[in-house]
Design a protein around this ligand. Structure first.
Ligand code: DQA
Length: 143
């Protein structure tokens, strides 16, 4: 494992101020710095990208094949709606770990279904920013 992509979906650029009682006060830049530091210790380099636009996330996953050894993906609300992201993850063949800061299963019913988790290597949710580091650990260990 040499290179991973940390991909974040809609509204996650607002972390730090967005519903802090649910998502905490850590910013997205802090999370990327956290994962990057943990990855550096393993000799893994990190690129990070956030978009509110579904098609941009689809395109980023589409371009990941042959470039990245793994993807840490928080699809945010698209988790629950996006067949396009499901298809992109499946088509890319790049091992992907789905991360959610909050425990989506302890929240509204419409957050209980993930259209993307089934084509990911696994899902980590409910551990806040640490989930991204746990995802890195999972990707670097493989199966
Ligand atoms: C989230 C959970 C989603 O249900 C929600 O739409 C988000 C953030 C999380 O990280 O907990 O935007 O993915």
């Amino acid at each position: 494992m040499k290179k991973i992509l940390v991909l974040n979906g809609p509204n996650l650029a607002l972390l730090g101020t967005r519903e802090p009682e649910i998502y905490g006060r850590t910013t997205l830049a802090d999370i990327v710095a956290l994962v990057t530091a943990a990855a550096q210790e393993k000799g893994i380099s990190v690129d990070a990208f956030q978009s509110d636009v579904e098609g941009e996330l689809v395109a980023a996953i589409g371009c990941a094949r042959g470039v990245y050894d793994g993807i840490i993906l928080n699809p945010a609300a698209y988790t629950h709606t996006s067949v396009a992201l499901h298809d992109a993850i499946k088509a890319s063949g790049v091992p992907t770990v789905e991360v959610h800061l909050s425990n989506v299963y302890a929240r509204e019913g419409y957050r209980h279904e993930s259209l993307t988790a089934g084509v990911c290597a696994g899902q980590i949710c409910g551990f806040g920013p640490a989930g991204y580091v746990l995802a890195l650990e999972a990707l670097s260990r493989g199966r």
